[in-house]
Ligand binder design. Sequence first.
Ligand code: PLP
Ligand code: COI
Length: 341
Amino acid sequence: MSNKQIDWSNLGFGYIQTDKRYVSNYKDGAWDEGGLTEDANIVLNECAGVLQYAQTIFEGLKAYRTEDGHIVTFRPDLNAQRMVDSAKRLQMPPFPVERFVEAVEQVVAANADFVPPYGSGATMYLRPYMFGSNPVIGVKPASEYQFRIFATPVGPYFKGGAKPITIRVCDYDRAAPHGTGHIKAGLNYAMSLYAIVDAHEQGYDENMYLDSATRTKVEETGGANFIFITKDGKLVTPKSDTILPSITRRSLCHVAKEYLGMEVEEREVYLSELGDFAECGLCGTAAVISPVGKVVDHGKEICFPSGMDEMGPITKKLYDTLTGIQMGRIEAPEGWIHVIK
Ligand code: PLP
Ligand code: COI
């Protein structure tokens, strides 16, 4: 597809094939030098580790066109480090942090025509991933791997964009204590598919997962962390060993403290206290900050005072500051913005 055919302002969150992607292969204990390819397809042996035992991990980050015409990415080193952590947990060879960042630079530069225009509301989503590629039949790690990054222009993750969504408390669990909830393993997402289809069928936009040990504490959704705003303007975000350490959430905590002078609390958040909060949002690379207007807990509605029409005022300030930093309108903390061209 040519970029000329893309209606940037009406893009959803979907896959559009772009020109080039990065590939590196791991064999005999080492990563090869890697490089760009035009081939978007992968041919694998029928017994490849990823196909049998789901040995696959991924990342998600974005490239932005800034107000002054540059193309940048946001904290790619943190995605690289998180992918190292994910790899170690699934017995995969980590892809070096510096090489990850260089591969991101190559993919973005090679697909620069697909980075949406400044102000269009769209961005370029980058999907790094890695999988076991050689045949594995006994349950054990593969010995060969492929690391890839592709790029696709995207619009908002939730259809309404900044319109508040309704989520339900989910009866299925996402992660177990001492499991893999804190890494970005494909298996965490596979096991959420039944629950998300069911949520959509019941008229909800997303699932709120609880801690599986006690089912009393708020964890996260299938693809984003939670932030809550108290009635006196404090940011509260769940602390848990079984949620993904969101880079957006970590960045928002800094923005809240250092840019907006807010108090920030990372602590256990109980389902029973949700009614005390003034605002709620989902945060992540894809979600940015998506406001939540209502949580439904088995028929009981918890409606946030910010309502169902628009983002709450403090969530909006956080959103404007974060996206302002990402798009170059607001000065970024040292090292957050990685200029590509
Ligand atoms: N939680 C889950 C389960 C996710 O898949 C994501 C997306 O990456 C996030 C949270 C948000 O993380 P980040 O802000 O690093 O994109
Ligand atoms: C992201 O925000 O990058 C994610 O990976 C979330 C979802 C699209 C899986």
